[in-house]
Write a protein that binds this ligand. Structure first.
Ligand SMILES: [Zn+2]
Length: 215
């Protein structure tokens, strides 16, 4: 039989974004964000018929309200760190090996049973990989945050247009001696990010320093 691994809906993509953010060590989500995400995940599981998901009888989910938040944070990091690594390391390979929790067979559109946050993450992530939606997620090479982009691209590397632009500026600044900065700067509609301004100031300073005479 042919089993269907359905693509994620828009709200499921948001749920996976929450899970990836909670698992991203470079992006410490606030305690309230973490708890709000936890609630969202449980609400999703509670709607078992619609979402074709259930909590297994021997689950080890535990009540977040009775848990130390540092522990909860660690569990979500463990659950999703493979996915966070995957969206940066495997995107050029266009796929990866994905564990999936138990699914009901035989069924063309099987239900899934999750026993832990790790199972929960695996299921959403596997569905995203199966349908190339994981490429919508990017771990930013500039700021380290995870985000959901509008289009799925293998070559995406930045979380937002802003970071993409800032990274472009850094590249240009790295080759600073070859271009006319003043002319280029006048064309920029926005103010430069702080660290680029500092870099620019350094370059300007070195330009205006008197040159050593030859001989
Ligand atoms: Zn970024």
């Amino acid at each position: 039989m042919i089993v269907k691994i359905a693509p994620l809906s828009a709200s499921e993509l948001q749920l996976l974004l929450g899970a990836l953010k909670a698992a991203n060590a470079n992006e410490k989500v606030s305690d309230s964000e973490l708890l709000a995400f936890e609630k969202k995940a449980l609400k999703y599981i509670a709607d078992r018929r619609r979402n074709r998901i259930g909590l297994g009888a021997r689950h080890i989910w535990g009540n977040a309200e009775e848990m130390d938040l540092a522990v909860l944070r660690k569990i979500w990091i463990e659950a999703g760190k493979g996915g966070v690594g995957g969206i940066s390391e495997y995107r050029s390979k266009r796929g990866m090996f994905c564990p999936i929790p138990p699914i009901s067979l035989p069924s063309k559109n099987p239900m899934v049973v999750v026993h832990s946050r790790s199972d929960f993450f695996d299921w959403l992530f596997a569905r995203a990989v199966a349908n190339s939606q994981w490429l919508l997620f990017v771990k930013c090479q500039l700021c380290g945050k995870v985000n959901l982009r509008r289009r799925a691209r293998v070559e995406s590397r930045y979380c937002t247009k802003k970071c993409q632009k800032a990274a472009g500026l850094e590249k240009i600044l790295a080759g600073a001696d070859q271009i006319d900065f003043e002319a280029w700067l006048l064309k920029q509609p926005e103010t430069l990010p702080g660290r680029l301004q500092m870099q620019l100031a350094r370059i300007e300073k070195s330009k205006s320093a008197p040159r050593k005479s030859l001989g």
